[in-house]
Design a protein around this ligand. Structure first.
Ligand code: 3PG
Ligand code: MG
Length: 417
């Protein structure tokens, strides 16, 4: 990697401003905010331990949710400090702010190996605006800057980009953390020269969300397998009936162009031959957000036209078996996006079959399997197969942008080797 990493640093006695992505899911239980998935915290521990062992003084900065410049109590990082302390097995002090005198005082009293977590940087609008004066304020406690927040590296914000520039201008070092390094290795270098056959599995709701990734990976992949709701836009483009399925009529040509490019480059491009459909009906109930709760009736599989009153919710069993067969022969696998609405057990079979095939190819045939974050990671974890794949990204939007070939501002800001 062409960027400096924590392996290149000596941080003994130095104040390390460490940006992490602790934007973890929280749920309110008995008036307390509880973390429901601590993966993003766990994955930063190697970086933290390395810097602590060297005698660095760690000042951790992160965001949580989108409080839009206000001190939203439900978006405080305090529960994260408690969780980190438990996982790290040593004290983690929590600063009630991310800038100002109180932070500077706390940092003044730090000893080598101490850890402080700052309050949500997005309590200030200046964070997302990447305000230079705010970046200067954050940088007051930074001798060295380390970015381990791959999941937020697609944002050019003060704590992901601005602080690095301030530190670099002073002649300080700006380095990638070990998690950042791993993410860039698997989503970047490993896919640059993949072992073949290279099978790419793409799902999710929209063709428009994935088209840049499809376009780029068509240059590298041997096979692309399409699932999820975006398959219905392909069906629509072929003139097939899609009923009430989620489609993007404005992207019919996008879909056809992708297929044409695949043909030109001799990439096998597979669309679902069968899909699970159902009729959505209102239950009369509202969810927590006040939206109507739907139920699904008349669930069945179709190969041709989707009935007028029905909607597609997953790839069918024949497609799942066909995809699993292709996956079993892969040497490199990239999976981004579920094959259907896996959150509902009635529509999870297709996604689960793909998850199992990816795990089996990894475990039995030594395939390298890379999971591009977000919902596909959730699906694998739900199927208890998270530890059976080679790598699962902690990024959502960041992974997608990186797979599209974009330069991430949070990476660009780091010092070159
Ligand atoms: C994420 O969870 O996607 C990252 O932490 C970035 O958060 P954001 O989408 O609110 O910028
Ligand atoms: Mg996001």
């Amino acid at each position: 990697m062409a960027k400096l990493t924590v392996r290149d640093l000596d941080v003994t006695g130095k104040r390390v401003f460490l940006r992490v992505d602790y934007n973890v899911p929280l749920e309110e239980k008995d008036g307390k905010m509880v973390i429901t998935d601590a993966t993003r915290i766990v994955e930063t521990l190697p970086t933290l331990k390395r810097l602590i062992e060297q005698g660095g003084r760690l000042i951790l900065a992160a965001h949580l949710g989108r409080p839009k410049g206000k001190r939203e109590a439900t978006m405080s990082l305090r529960p994260v400090a408690d969780k980190l302390q438990e996982l790290l097995g040593r004290p983690v002090a929590f600063a009630d702010d991310c800038i100002g005198e109180s932070v500077e005082k706390l940092v003044e009293h730090m000893k080598n190996g101490d850890v402080v977590l700052l309050e949500n940087v997005r309590y200030y609008n200046e964070e997302e605006a990447n305000d230079p004066a705010f970046a200067e304020k954050l940088a007051k406690v930074a001798d060295v800057y380390v970015n381990d927040a791959f999941g937020a590296a697609h944002r050019a914000h003060a704590s992901t980009e601005g602080v690095a520039r301030v530190v670099a201008k002073r002649g300080g070092q700006c380095a990638a953390g070990l998690l950042m390094e791993r993410e860039l290795k698997f989503l970047g270098d490993e896919l640059e020269n993949p072992a073949h056959p290279f099978v790419v599995i793409l799902g999710g709701a929209k063709v428009s969300d994935k088209i840049k990734v499809i376009d780029r990976l068509l240059e590298k992949a041997d096979t692309i397998l399409i699932g999820g709701a975006m398959a219905y836009t392909f069906r629509l483009a072929h003139g097939q009936k899609v009923g009430k399925s989620l489609v993007e009529p404005d992207h019919k040509q996008t879909a056809l162009d992708a297929e044409a490019k695949a043909k030109r480059l001799k990439v096998q491009f597979e669309l679902p031959s069968d899909v699970v459909v159902a009729k959505a009906v209102e239950t009369g109930k509202l969810n927590k957000k006040g939206k109507p709760v739907m139920d699904f009736v008349n669930i069945h599989t179709v190969t041709d036209a989707i009935p007028e009153d029905a909607e597609g919710f997953s790839i069918g069993a024949a497609t799942a078996a066909h995809y699993a067969q292709i996956i079993s022969g892969a040497k490199t696998i990239l999976w981004n996006g579920p094959m259907g609405m896996f959150e509902d057990a009635r529509f999870a079979a297709g996604t689960n079959a793909v998850a199992q095939a990816v795990a089996a190819a990894t475990q039995q045939h030594g395939a390298k399997s890379i999971i591009g974050g977000g919902d596909s990671v959730k699906a694998l974890n739900k199927a208890k197969l998270g530890d059976k794949v080679t790598f699962m990204s902690t990024g959502g939007g960041a992974s997608l942008e990186f797979l599209e070939g974009a330069v991430l501002p949070g990476v660009a800001a780091l010092s070159d080797k």
